[in-house]
Design a protein around this ligand. Sequence first.
Ligand code: PLP
Length: 463
Amino acid sequence: MQDRLRRLPKVQTVLETELAVQLIQTYGYEDVADAVRTKLQETRERIVAGADLKDEQFCDQAVLGSVQSALKASRVRTLRPAINATGIIIHTNLGRARLAQEAIQAMQDVAANYATLELDLETGKRGSRHAHVEDLICHLTGAEAAMVVNNCAAAILTTLTALAAGKPIIASRGEMVEIGGSFRMPDVIAQSGALLREVGTTNKTHLSDYANALCDETALLLKSHTSNYQIVGFASVPDRQELADLARENETCLVEDLGSGVLIDLSPYGLPNEPVVRDVLNAGVDVVTFSGDKLLGGPQAGIIAGRRALIDKIKSHPMARAVRIDKLSLAALHATLDLYRPPNDPVARIPVLQALAEPIEDIHARAQTLQSLLSKQSGISAVVISSTARAGGGALPQQDLPSFAVAISTRNDSPDMIARKLRSAPHPVLGRISKDQVLLDLRAVAEHEVDTLAQTAMCVLLK
Ligand SMILES: *Cc1c(COP(=O)(O)O)cnc(C)c1O
């Protein structure tokens, strides 16, 4: 063993070889030296552990070969484009909404230049970043006032902190939602400093439960959209209008966390009604919160809209500053919201809505294109089958969307292995496994991605 340890090259010797000098030019001295040290240390540990290494594993070339691939791998960005063939349109782990071209352009324009972010051009004085989209949100929702923060979680936290810290709030036990990424309503409420009075039971909460829990100090009633689950059967909660009336009669207010929040009625596209923000406000809800990157189809953002006096109070709370939206997201949000105004047709322009509303024949056509590309290769079996997609993102939880998928298999790989290979590609492809088959669902795959998808699959599966 001692002998073999002695035969390991010195770090300095390896670094002086021609290949090392080339690597240093590309990756810099520090990174190459670190990688060489790590590699030699690994080899040393293997020898000590008793590994019987062959002579060629000791030479500079062998060490540098693995150093080169380690360096290359370390420079691949972990955040990079992927193909969403899961059939879940708003997939949180895949970055939710793809942006409309107009939104991408707006981000680019603002990113490359100085911008009028907080500047009142009339007076030349400091302006408000909320002002850019406030009128537009009010126009689209009927709200008196609005503001935008980093995401919907921040919107709820800021709203509760500003309106209810230190005071009781009332919410239904059946609406204590948990969404992904450890967002749990009771924890968010606790964090805000509001004192939660939970009323009702898991399946039933009556108006009288809220009424009995009211006291002089009650800051607000909180309603939450149960966006990723439904309680069915012997279940009910009071109508939001009744709840709004109760709040008003008792001189308190009703806040509703809508989660997804849609700006237009999606029923013409065969989708049942997610509550439309305008209708919710019309029913008397005082403040609503919703996401920018779910069914709205824009960038990550949290929108707070409702009565002016309440919004003003939230705007001026210090937490609003801590969770403020950045200029790129604001630019993208503005451009996305513009697409909801005539003469634009949001369903034709906003990718999330396009994917939701796309005619099934078009999805079938894409599935056939993919199938025929893959079938050109012997070794991959590809079959078009009907599939079920979902909106995702905590929206329309029970709603199945008809779709088509290509089921793929190879002679040697298990479905898990196929899924893993597709995931590990330079341009990762995410499918789903169903009934022991890998399915590539085409509903959330754009026309322009089909070629890349096919190339990737052929490349990683036939290696
Ligand atoms: C998604 C969701 C949120 C959180 O929204 P983010 O934009 O992810 O912060 C909050 N509440 C409900 C009901 C949701 O569905």
